[in-house]
Design a protein around this ligand. Structure first.
Ligand SMILES: O=c1ccn([C@@H]2O[C@H](COP(=O)(O)OP(=O)(O)O[C@H]3O[C@H](CO)[C@@H](O)[C@H](O)[C@H]3O)[C@@H](O)[C@H]2O)c(=O)[nH]1
Ligand SMILES: O=C(O)[C@H](O)COP(=O)(O)O
Length: 361
């Protein structure tokens, strides 16, 4: 058994924990994973899993303690862009920018909001908070925009200059100013690492109150079980869908970008297949609160993620929609959510794609 920094108690046999007792769901999100593990705590040990126990030990930063000054010194000529994708986030985008703005000109070289077609005051609030704002059109002129989050992250590569790029969702509530510094720490210190995912405790805020660790419903109920089944070497990745992550431009411009909400799982799987698990790191960001969507909005998100995941693993997806039965007072209405199976090409290849489109030799 190996001691791990995250204090993760993991299941090793179907329906059973390592000690032979039956599953009890709450144990999988035990306090010591989310809080500060006590040295010597029995639950700080896991049975080795194929290819991942060592990774979990070496590539997880449970207590990142770099100072901003240390990280600035570690940049050594590299520049850092922070990108916030935003669709109708007028309530929160300003405070997310404000949490990062003090780093501008030192650790961070640019903060760019890429708007995804907002119809509210997102753009005005983002500009007022001091960020540069790009629309999908201005970020990459001449290429007709598609809807969805993957599209704006992909376009952000065309309008930013950083050697390292940090993505941060713009629906965060009261984000910790250390998110960005912690995310770049592994990239600045370990040459092999190309992608760093944040992880955190995720409260779920609903009408019934706050469930302190009830968030991440798609992550816990769809993605991590599928990863366990199909790519077990990634089972130690705590938040594969995290919207807060950092990567090298080199990596991001070399891979295709999946549509919509498929973008995160696509990037994780492409990094694994192209560079191996040692190119991925994860860092503890503490706690993360965001706008929790209702279940009927998460179904289409999950459908897209399943399509992208299956595509990346070479498993044919029917392309069929998720049929949702939306309950109403006197019955239900029907809604179909289609996944998008096509990716955007690696940004590195775009120049030749655009030249071919205009018939250039
Ligand atoms: O068409 C869209 C949809 C969303 N967003 C922005 O993307 C971010 C995340 O979107 P959200 O709908 O809040 O996703 P979550 O419910 O938070 O979903 C989780 O899982 C998704 C799928 O992996 C990730 O994209 C998210 O970052 C992650 O937090 C927010 O800033 C949105 O404004 C866009 O820019 N365009
Ligand atoms: O990351 C996820 O699993 C989805 O965004 C849902 O998150 P939530 O349950 O915290 O709203």
């Amino acid at each position: 058994m190996a001691s791990v920094p995250g204090g993760v108690a993991l299941v090793t046999a179907a329906g059973r924990y390592e000690d032979g007792s039956a599953h009890r769901g709450e144990d999988l999100r035990g306090e010591n994973l989310r809080g500060q593990p006590e040295p010597g705590d029995e639950s700080m040990t896991i049975a080795p899993m194929p290819g991942s126990a060592t990774w979990l030990e070496s590539n997880t930063w449970e207590r990142p303690d770099w100072t901003i000054d240390e990280l600035i010194a570690l940049k050594r000529g590299r520049s850092i862009s922070v990108v916030l994708p935003a669709l109708d986030e007028e309530q929160t985008v300003g405070s997310v920018i404000a949490s990062i703005m003090p780093l501008l000109g030192t650790l961070v070289d640019e903060i760019v909001v890429v708007d995804s077609g907002s119809s509210d005051a997102t753009i005005a609030r983002a500009e007022a908070a001091g960020a540069r704002v790009e629309t999908r059109e201005s970020a990459l002129p001449g290429v007709a925009p598609l809807p969805g989050k993957g599209e704006v992250l992909w376009r952000s590569l065309a309008t930013t200059v950083g050697d390292l790029i940090v993505f941060v969702d713009s629906d965060l509530v009261d984000p910790d100013p250390m998110y960005v510094p912690r995310l770049v720490g592994p990239l600045l210190t370990v040459p092999e690492i190309q992608l760093v995912k944040g992880y955190y405790r995720r409260p779920l805020v609903g009408d019934a109150g706050v469930d302190p660790a009830g968030g991440g419903r798609v992550t816990e109920l769809v993605v991590r079980p599928l990863v366990a089944a199909l790519r077990p070497e990634l089972s130690g990745l705590i938040q594969p869908l995290a919207g807060e992550y950092a990567a090298t431009r080199e990596l991001l411009t070399s891979v295709p970008f999946a549509a919509g909400y498929g973008v995160e799982i696509g990037l994780v799987l492409d990094t694994l297949s192209g560079h191996g698990i040692d190119a991925i790191g994860q860092v503890n960001l503490g706690c993360r609160i965001h706008r929790n969507r209702p279940l009927h909005e998460l179904g289409p998100m999950a459908r897209q993620i399943v399509a992208t995941l299956m595509g990346r693993l070479g498993i044919g997806d029917s392309g069929s929609p998720l049929t949702q039965f939306l309950m109403e007072d006197d019955g239900h209405s029907l809604r179909r959510a289609y996944p998008v199976l096509d990716d955007r090409p690696p940004m590195r290849a775009m120049r030749s794609v655009m030249l071919a489109d205009v018939g250039a030799p």
